[in-house]
Design a protein around this ligand. Sequence first.
Ligand SMILES: [Zn+2]
Length: 382
Amino acid sequence: MAELPPLSRDELLRYSRHLVLPDVGVDGQRRIKAARVLLVGAGGLGSPAALYLAAACVGTLGLVDFDVVDISNLQRQVLHGTSGVGRPKLESARARIHDLNPHVNVETHETRLTSDNALDILGAYDIVVDGTDNFATRYLTNDACVLLGKPNVFGSIFRFDGQASVFAMPDGPCYRCLFPTPPPPGQVPSCAEGGVLGVLPGLVGTIQATETLKLILGTGEPLVGRLLLIDALNMRFHTVSVQRDPVCPACGTREITSLIDYDEYCGTSTNTHSATKDVVDLTPSELAQRLTDKEDFALIDVREPYEWQIGRIPGAQLIPLGTLRAAMASLDKTREVVVYCRSGVRSADAARWLRAAGFRALNLTGGILRWSDDVDPSVPKY
Ligand SMILES: [Zn+2]
């Protein structure tokens, strides 16, 4: 390793609780200062990871994100504040990190991670922290880490459940060993669709920061070959062992020698929310035309009552997805049915169930979010 950087007087004071730790000490702290860590995503998982890694003085923190801070982020993305709403997340993150620790060099990559730029961006760092919220970027991050030989500190969250592991180490499995193929599009709801307890990414992102520091220090037993499962509702932690798969195309047979089109691989190359093949879609503009023409059909909102309170499409009736099967008996099968939800994922399920039950059901593609974009901006987005 190249010469480790010295610690200034201010840094000796700032990190005194590290310096007295036998597993860190002055040399360990200098290793942390020399480290370059990339956070893919400055959202729920990236927030606590960035804050703790900055506080610990990881010398260079890279951040990849292209989003702006939205008020609905603040329930869990503690890197950002109310004053940052509407600003790029990277701008907000840089200001917060510099306030926390001015010794950290923040490198921002305001872009979507793609097959074209991933190797260049990830290649400049020692360790990658995967804080992504979608399968395409997760497979992309994994494959790039395997190709580059960089540790991939993985975390994922949904509702009350979290997962963490360390992938792509020389002696351990990668994400593909565990999940060889992505789930069919639309089958696994996103956190936006399914919800997430705000503190859960705090738990998981902090575990990712812990693993990152252990890798930098070369101390302890990292989560290599183990998947940590967190059940926050019952507060149970389990670890299951994960072996490297000898036929894994990334780290086993190594037949993946370059990055592929991950949107196509994950079935998200078109609109994620209309990718379910057996569902017939209707665009918001087409729905608006049908409403204007006073065509006869039932418009059903399958969201939850609190979402209905936020905004709705005129003429709709509310039948939350969980009650739809029971409510089908009371619906008129001779009328066409248009279903919608927030972004079109839940309603795709609803349309499929209705069609299976003999209804002529159409799914509003993009949900009420796209309705707000394309037809009626007075309907709030959330
Ligand atoms: Zn693998």
